[in-house]
Design a protein around this ligand. Structure first.
Ligand SMILES: Nc1ncnc2c1ncn2[C@@H]1O[C@H](COP(=O)(O)OP(=O)(O)OP(=O)(O)O)[C@@H](O)[C@H]1O
Ligand SMILES: [Mg+2]
Length: 315
């Protein structure tokens, strides 16, 4: 082969390589753009605002924290925000905290209670199905909020069948919410301090046989009304899954709104849509969604989320 044709061949090969490289880059950019568009197209402003900025990153591997499971505080190692507020994992919860704070500002403005103090933002946490990460997310968010000077947080375990907050935070199981609901007690009887001086807990109390009756009761309504006049900045309420029991709707209707936890790669979009529809029928205000357990990797300095499409568009 002559020198000229050899040079031409090399030139063509180089052109081909460059073309391929450009195509690859365009593909990645297009996917990123599509993901953005899907969020924009979404009918729900809440999903757009929240899902795009926080949900995707709430992910940890079970084995990651096994090493610290014997901590003398007895607080579950999954409550990463207690152990190190500056770890990369806590950073994700801090981002969540920032978004929740601005969401609360948007929905409540400077709403004053009867006592003249800022009334607490009361937010319910639920998910469509079991085991999607509601409790771990709510507890980490509560701890993260309470780690800010001057922010008082109350966490209520309204999963009267299966609540685990007392175990995660190593507080007594009783007296708790069920104790207060069943007896003639004031809500404060169920209040427990935690190792974070700004974080208080009302655990579930003794397991109740008919939680719906209690959670939908006049007493529950009264408790929340009383709590609106107390000096908490945030009250977070953990509940059972939406598609299994009515408990979460009953509670959410009495609060400022509901945040729905969605487990990525497991909970199908149609299931989340169903839960969203049921909430809307029950006139429950959905504040947003949090995606948990998402796998992601970082090619070239930006995130491209695995299976993003499935969750970004249809919720
Ligand atoms: N962000 C996350 N990333 C990875 N795993 C998580 C995450 N959040 C929770 N998990 C794990 O998922 C499992 C369920 O968590 P959790 O108890 O918080 O779920 P839940 O929705 O409250 O469950 P239930 O419906 O039984 O109340 C636990 O094993 C927990 O460690
Ligand atoms: Mg739970």
């Amino acid at each position: 082969m002559g020198k000229i044709s050899e040079a031409l061949k090399k030139l063509n090969e180089e052109k081909e390589r460059q073309k391929k490289e450009i195509m690859e880059k365009e593909k990645v950019l297009k996917k990123k753009e599509e993901a953005r568009e899907e969020i924009k197209e979404d009918k729900s402003g809440a999903v757009r605002a929240l899902l795009s900025s926080w949900g995707e990153r709430l992910h940890f591997k079970e084995n990651f924290f096994l090493f610290s499971s014997q901590s003398p505080s007895g607080i579950d190692p999954r409550i990463v925000t207690y152990y190190d507020d500056y770890s990369p994992l806590s950073e994700q919860y801090r981002l969540l905290r920032t978004n929740v704070k601005s969401l609360v500002k948007r929905i409540k403005g400077n709403h004053k209670s009867i006592k003249g103090v800022n009334s607490p933002a009361i937010i319910t946490f639920s998910s469509s199905l079991r085991n999607e990460g509601k409790t771990v997310t709510a507890v980490n968010l509560a701890m993260s909020l309470a780690s800010e000077e001057g922010t008082k947080v109350l966490l209520i375990d309204a999963d009267l069948r299966n609540g685990t907050i007392h175990k995660l935070l190593n507080v007594e199981e009783e007296p708790g919410l069920s104790t207060v609901l069943v007896g003639e007690y004031d809500w404060s009887v169920g209040l427990h301090p935690t190792l974070n001086k700004n974080l208080f807990v009302i655990p579930r109390g003794k397991i109740s046989a008919h939680p719906c009756e209690f959670l939908g009761s006049r007493k529950m309504r009264m408790i929340l009304e009383r709590l609106r006049g107390e000096k908490f900045n945030y009250i977070l309420i953990d509940t059972p899954p939406l598609l299994s029991f009515a408990d979460a709707y009953l509670i959410a209707q009495l609060t400022d709104g509901l945040i729905i936890i969605v487990e990525a790669h497991r909970t199908k979009a149609e299931i989340v849509r169903k839960a969203k529809e049921v909430c809307e029928e029950a006139h429950t205000k959905i504040l947003g969604f949090i995606l948990t357990k998402v796998d992601y990797y970082t090619p070239d300095s930006y995130y491209y989320y695995y299976n993003y499409r499935k969750y970004g568009r249809k919720i």
